[in-house]
Design a protein around this ligand. Structure first.
Ligand code: PLP
Length: 360
């Protein structure tokens, strides 16, 4: 991959961003770009200074929404190496999101190499403090200029990055979810399992309602019957029962197959919990919370990692879950993941991809 030019850090942005790495507010000095065209394949891979893209106003992504993205984190380890959490799983999901939107699938090796190149070019932007990381955002947009509905024959792949601190302020006390009765995030046969911008745009009015009702996120249920729990905004959701069972809704096609979700299922089994994927209804949530059988609810995702859910609020509904104690499954899970992220624990599942030394 060609590094076209470098932009020296030090204009004050870096120290401001690292001093207070809010989520997604500051961008690093560089970005990766790779072009695609149907006849020539992937070409012209380059690391360039971060800046505006030049886009033909007729580009398909602007009109028909043909675009997908990913989100993963890079950590600085004590041995001086930068490592990405489950980069291969993100690469596979990126390719399947692209396929769902009739876009070219970026080879896994190019995806990994693009992360490596950007992380090394902007190594100074990877925070040192615990819990913080460099959030990396790969994206793919359809760039062929034409009007008409058909797959674009040209695309641009890009990677940008932003130092990341905690996602929700005050997340330790748990967030409240708003039960959306008016809006669905995804339906059968739709794009719910793809990471495409349209899913997020369509979820925004529901988020607006959630905020108006004092909730941080939306609980989406199935579009057909509004009975079954699907996702907590841009996170997957877990329920912990008194018999040491963890339940998360199955991947129905409407739910994003979260990498954190998969990691939690795996770690929970390692830790001796029964971790299962099965449908769970809002009514079961209400009844189990009332009987005391339900011990915890938490949401999971790359950005926020593990976030306890304090309650579910609806038009005529309030379900509260007990506040998570220090021995809660949510905090055990968060500690376990954090140890892996920061390289304090043996990485027995080989989830951390070594991107090389930060100073090389
Ligand atoms: C809709 C949605 N669900 C779940 C997740 C969690 O997925 P992951 O753990 O891979 O970040 C995300 C975030 O990517 C998301 O946008």
């Amino acid at each position: 991959m060609v590094r076209q030019s470098t932009r020296p850090p030090g204009d004050g942005r870096l120290s401001r961003a690292l001093g207070d790495p809010e989520f997604g507010r500051h961008f690093t000095d560089h970005m990766v770009l790779i072009d695609y065209c149907e006849t020539g394949g992937w070409r012209d891979a380059r690391v360039v200074p971060f800046g505006p893209l030049s886009l033909n106003p007729g580009s398909a992504v602007l009109h028909y929404g043909q675009g997908v993205f990913e989100g993963l984190k890079v950590y600085r380890h004590a041995d001086g190496h930068l490592r990405a959490f489950r980069a291969h799983a993100h690469a596979r999901r990126f390719a399947s999101s692209a396929a769902r939107l009739a876009m070219p699938e970026l080879p896994e090796s190019l995806f990994i190499e693009s992360i490596r190149q950007l992380a090394r070019a902007d190594a100074g932007w990877v925070p040192h403090q615990r819990g913080a990381s460099l959030y990396v955002r790969p994206f793919l947009i359809a760039t062929e200029a034409f009007l008409g509905v058909r797959p674009s024959r040209e695309a641009t792949y890009g990677v940008i990055a932003s130092p990341a601190g905690p996602y929700f302020a005050d997340a330790d006390n748990g967030i409240r979810l708003w039960l959306s009765r008016d809006y669905s995030r995804a339906g059968p046969g739709g794009t719910g399992e793809a990471k495409c911008g349209g899913n997020y745009a369509a979820s925004l009015p529901a988020l607006h309602q959630a905020r108006a009702n004092g909730c941080a996120q939306v609980l989406f249920t199935d579009a057909s019957t509004r009975t079954w729990v699907e996702e907590a905004g841009n996170m997957n959701i877990f329920f912990v029962f008194a018999d040491r069972t963890l339940v998360t809704p199955p991947l129905s096609g409407a739910i994003l197959a979260g990498v954190t979700r998969d990691s939690v299922l795996c770690l929970a089994r390692d830790m001796g919990y029964r971790a299962i994927e099965r449908p769970i209804s809002v009514e079961e949530w209400r009844a189990a919370a009332a009987s005391g059988e339900l011990r915890e609810v938490f949401a999971v995702g790359t950005a926020a990692v593990i976030t306890p859910v304090a309650g579910l609020v609806g038009e005529d509904l309030l379900i509260e879950t007990p506040p998570p104690g220090s021995r809660s499954v949510a905090s055990l899970m968060r500690a376990e993941l954090s140890s892996l992220h920061h390289g304090d624990r043996h990485d027995r599942h080989e989830w951390m991809s070594d991107l090389g030394r930060a100073d090389s």
